[in-house]
Structures are given as structure tokens and as C-alpha cells.
Design a protein around this ligand. Structure first.
Ligand SMILES: Nc1ncnc2c1ncn2[C@@H]1O[C@H](COP(=O)(O)OP(=O)(O)OP(=O)(O)O)[C@@H](O)[C@H]1O
Ligand SMILES: [Mg+2]
Length: 274
């Protein structure tokens, strides 16, 4: 049964994780969002715990990607889009969606990886160096060190260290996705957003990226969208279940997958509701 599988996955994980004091890295407070006249997010509240993995789940079209994109102000690329409410980034307390906040500065602090690997048509090295160059880092020795650190962090260094000047498109899909993760990690973001990062990957590449996400969460806060309940049970600490633009329930993964408080959540995680 699906419920039992998820419980077993949760148990397998929680045994390995020491309990730590929760610290907030970000907090979504009464967030509303409109694409023109269409309200895609309705009064969303969501805490994002520091150095934890928070997963957003819910049926197609419920607003997961829309919520994720608020965190790096991607919606600002279209001028009809409108935010109301706050996403506070701690410890500074800046409101990510505030009218006075510069989206460019936010994008330097919040990295994002998309569903399909989207490397730039450049060398492996230059893909990872890109965000550093935007930050004004051009000194070769510093770039070399940071590119190596990011590729190591993304579990790709050993596979590419002898071919850094080759084009990124010479890599496999799974390698390209880890390259995109390295590119997002290089500027040392405070928050990493992942929108269905493994849905275009085969099971082996998926397992590598999942392992990587767990390791990254030792040092960085991660917000991930996934359609895969097993994946969410394997890698997330907290889960938010969304439906029609609303946050139905937010809790520890162990509660959402084993004993959610709302019947609607249970129906979704057990696959009885699409
Ligand atoms: N650029 C846009 N303009 C207008 N409406 C949009 C736009 N992007 C998304 N929407 C609408 O906003 C709602 C939420 O979409 P969103 O992409 O956030 O869903 P999702 O939960 O990520 O779905 P999926 O699991 O299919 O990726 C949907 O009704 C969608 O049609
Ligand atoms: Mg989506």
C-alpha cells in the first residue's frame, strides 16, 4: 500500500536525522499573487526552516511553481503580474516581494533550478562562473576555486574536471541538471529553489540528484516542488500541500505523509485525489 511505503521512507530517514532547534530562513505571510486579473495565490502562509528541505506538493495547476517563482521575483519579467503580502528573508528581515526590493539583488541571493536542464550555450566552466562574473568576480584564481567548489558541491566535479572547457551540451541530461545546480550554488545563495528538478531525469540520475539535495541541506535552505510523493517523503523535512492557489496544510513530512490533519491532504498523498 502506498501509505505504508511512505511511512517506511519517513522512518528510514528520521532515524538518521538529529533533532535541531528550528530557525526560520524565510516566512511567507498572507501572500497573494495575480497574473493580470487571475489570482493564482490566495493568502499563502508558509514558514521556511533554515537548512531544511521544504517540499511543495499538490495537483497540476495549484500554484506550486507560481509560489516558487515569487521567491526570486521571476514574475517581475511581466509587468501585469502583482504581489501583495510578504516573503520575509531572515536574518535581515527584507521583504522579497516588497515594491522597494530590487529583483536583481534578490536573484543573487536566491538560486533557482528548473524542470528541464537549461545550461547556457557555453563551456562547463563558464556556466558555473556566470553568476560569479555577474557579481564582479573575474580574477581567474578565485573563479577557479569557486567553480571547483560549486561543481564538487553539485557532485559533478569528478566527472567533468578534465573537460571544463567543453560545451555544456556535451554532458548527459543528468549531468546537465547537476551543472545547473552547480551554477545556482556558485554565488553561495541563501535559498535554493528547485522546480521538479528530476522530472526529466532517469531513475539513476534522479537518485544522484536526490542524494545531492540531502547533502546540500547541511548548508543551504531548499524549497522544492515535486509531483513524486516518494521523492518528497525521501528528501523533505517539511511539506506544504496546495490546492487551487491555497495552502491547505503545512507540517513536518512525517505528519503529512503518515497522519495529515486534513482529509483532503490524505486523499492527495495516498493517490486517491489527482
Ligand atoms: N504566465 C501565466 N499567466 C497566466 N496564468 C498562469 C501563468 N502561469 C501559470 N498560470 C496559472 O496559474 C495557476 C497555477 O499555475 P502553476 O504553474 O503555478 O501550477 P503548478 O502547481 O506549478 O502546476 P504543475 O504541477 O502543472 O507545474 C494555473 O491555473 C495556471 O494556469
Ligand atoms: Mg509547476
Amino acid at each position: 500500500m502506498k501509505d505504508l511505503d511512505l511511512s517506511a521512507l519517513i522512518e528510514a530517514r528520521d532515524g538518521q536525522k538529529p533533532e535541531t532547534e528550528p530557525t526560520l530562513r524565510a516566512n511567507v505571510d498572507q501572500l497573494n499573487f495575480w497574473y493580470g486579473d487571475f489570482q493564482a495565490l490566495k493568502n499563502i502562509n508558509l514558514p521556511i526552516h533554515d537548512k531544511k528541505v521544504t517540499a511543495l506538493i499538490g495537483a497540476s495547476g495549484c500554484g506550486k511553481s507560481t509560489l516558487l517563482r515569487c521567491f526570486n521575483r521571476m514574475h517581475d519579467l511581466y509587468h501585469n503580474n502583482r504581489y501583495e503580502g510578504a516573503i520575509t528573508l531572515y536574518p535581515e528581515g527584507d521583504n522579497i516581494v516588497g515594491a522597494k526590493t530590487d529583483p536583481m539583488l534578490i536573484r543573487l541571493r536566491v538560486g533557482m533550478v528548473f524542470q528541464k536542464p537549461n545550461p547556457f550555450p557555453k563551456s562547463i566552466y563558464e556556466n558555473v562562473a556566470a553568476g560569479l562574473r555577474i557579481r564582479g568576480i573575474n580574477k581567474r584564481t578565485i573563479l577557479d576555486d569557486k567553480v571547483e567548489a560549486a561543481l564538487t558541491g553539485a557532485a559533478l566535479w569528478d566527472e567533468v574536471k578534465d573537460r571544463l572547457n567543453e560545451g555544456a551540451y556535451s554532458l548527459s541530461g543528468g549531468q546537465q541538471q547537476r551543472l545547473c545546480i552547480a551554477r545556482a550554488l556558485a554565488p553561495e545563495p541563501e535559498l535554493l529553489l528547485l522546480d521538479e528538478p528530476t522530472s526529466a531525469l532517469d531513475p539513476i540520475a534522479t537518485a544522484k540528484v536526490e542524494d545531492l539535495i540531502e547533502k546540500l541541506a547541511d548548508n543551504i535552505t531548499i524549497l522544492i516542488v515535486t509531483h513524486n510523493m516518494q521523492q518528497a517523503a525521501r528528501i523533505s523535512d517539511h511539506v506544504g500541500y496546495m490546492h487551487l492557489g491555497e495552502m491547505v496544510e503545512f507540517d513536518l513530512a512525517s505528519r503529512i505523509f503518515v497522519k495529515p490533519s486534513k482529509e483532503q491532504t490524505r486523499a492527495y498523498v495516498t493517490g486517491r485525489f489527482g
